[in-house]
Write a protein that binds this ligand. Structure first.
Ligand SMILES: [Zn+2]
Length: 246
């Protein structure tokens, strides 16, 4: 009798222990769930469902959100508005391979010699590049701000490298921009052709600017890629993120 009583008490204890363990696991999961919800509420950049705001820091969901803008012009324009980026929406233009249903002109980006029409995702890329890379880099290396981002053009109705056949360039739809150099508020002039090589501040600026562009654009090509890019960075928003970053 005494023995049975002891076995009963032991099994009861084991039973209670396994019940306690289940309660503990449930409590831990609940705590993780609550903490996770609180985290994504405070970190929209890590929440794929939160609307993109270019003023938020970059998170692991940012790139996916930018890529989804390619197929959603209204949402892309809403992102610019939400982020306080000035722009003018333009009517569609062109036809065939060079049809440009998505065209806008940025309001006060320091592009020179003009602010050409471009797709909304390219505008988003330029904004991110300026905020996250160009401005902090210019301040860090030269203690000055960006006055000009010098470009060689956006739209060009042509195939890759101007060939007679083969794939069309992202320039054919205004979904790419070529950047030749920069001028800073203090007068410093930095250009890809003349300053890429070497170890100086300008070369460092260009290399880090290129690396930063890889975080803002789907494709980034620099002089490291080939001789055709010796004098400019080619930045575009094709459908494959970081297909090339060189
Ligand atoms: Zn290009």
């Amino acid at each position: 009798m005494a023995k049975n009583d002891r076995i009963f008490r032991i099994s009861k204890r084991i039973g209670r222990f396994s019940l306690d363990r289940r309660v503990i696991v449930i409590l831990i999961l609940a705590a993780l769930f609550v903490a996770g919800r609180a985290y994504v509420a405070e970190h929209p950049e890590d929440n794929p469902a939160a609307p993109l705001d270019l003023n938020d820091p970059k998170g692991w969901a940012t790139q996916t959100k930018i890529m989804s803008l390619r197929d959603d012009v209204p949402e892309c324009r809403a992102v610019l508005e939400r982020s306080g980026v000035a722009f003018t929406a333009l009517d569609p233009a062109g036809e065939g391979e060079c049809a440009r249903p998505d065209r806008l002109r940025l309001g006060d980006y320091p592009l020179t010699p003009s602010r050409p029409p471009m797709t909304c995702p390219v505008a988003v890329g330029l904004e991110l590049w300026q905020r996250d890379t160009l401005e902090p880099l210019a301040q860090e290396i030269f203690g000055s701000a960006i006055a000009e981002v010098q470009h060689l053009g956006v739209y060009s109705c042509r195939r890759l490298y101007g060939r007679g056949s083969g794939a069309w360039s992202e320039h054919a739809t205004g979904n790419a921009i070529d950047i030749a150099g920069f001028r800073l508020e203090d007068g410093t002039s930095i250009n890809v052709l003349g300053d890429w090589d070497g170890e100086g501040d300008k070369a460092r600026f260009l290399r880090e600017a290129r690396d930063g562009a890889c975080d803002a654009f789907a494709t980034t090509l620099s002089p490291d890629y080939n001789a055709a890019h010796a004098d400019h960075f080619h930045l575009d928003m094709d459908g494959r993120w970081s297909s090339v970053c060189r």
